[in-house]
Design a protein around this ligand. Sequence first.
Ligand SMILES: Nc1ncnc2c1ncn2[C@@H]1O[C@H](COP(=O)(O)OP(=O)(O)OP(=O)(O)O)[C@@H](O)[C@H]1O
Length: 247
Amino acid sequence: MADSTETTAASTSAPPPEPKRSWGDEVDDEEVEESKPGAELNVDGLAIDENKKINKFLDEPEDSNIKAVTLGDTPYTSASTFEDLNLSPELLKGLYVDMKFQKPSKIQAISLPMILTPPYKNLIAQAHNGSGKTTCFVLGMLSRVDPNLKAPQALCICPTRELAIQNLEVLQKMGKHTGITSECAVPMDSTNYIPINKRPPVTAQIVIGTPGTIKRWMSAKKLSVSCMKILVFDEADHMLAEVISFC
Ligand SMILES: Nc1ncnc2c1ncn2[C@@H]1O[C@H](COP(=O)(O)OP(=O)(O)OP(=O)(O)O)[C@@H](O)[C@H]1O
């Protein structure tokens, strides 16, 4: 009886209003929680798995359903080879020698000419897992950066730190011969932790990270966006779903 009275009271009294929070704040809180000893991210476990069954979807017939939908007239033609894309010799070497790619997958053939050709327009690419989307935005970032300008010029925002680290690994492998610098903006583990005010400003040309850390670096004026040329949202559908759940 006492239980049922308490239950009724709890369900009829209005809960106190929660303070308004943004998604970036929420990720920052996770960082504090996860930076406790014992909760570090196992970065070694995130190496690119060369033995993974790769390319499963690259040549699947389903890929032939990928269509380009553009506003107005489109000057773009699909690329059947990486040479069609006017990539630098350093990037071609990364693709052929280090990545061991032979030709663009369907999503790459369609979207890379749009990503790499001026005027650079906003683009949303949607294709199933393993179809080669990562290469699209990694090549996009690597080819837009001016190697002589030592400032952040490309920013990739990912929903999780694991994805950010994996994307950085792909970028560093693909861009190995370019000399382009990159940095991961994810929460640091407790052993490497440096307070934000003690960190030097970011000079890496490409930054890949999670929303909370990128927000903190920008708020602390450690990450400048004044030279940014390209902004990528990886798994934007997941990030939008998170944003909607906070509204
Ligand atoms: N043109 C290509 N030729 C050969 N292999 C490729 C090519 N493009 C990508 N791959 C390989 O195929 C695999 C899947 O590619 P990628 O990770 O870019 O796909 P994705 O669409 O981003 O997948 P997910 O949605 O799971 O993130 C990777 O191992 C990648 O190295």
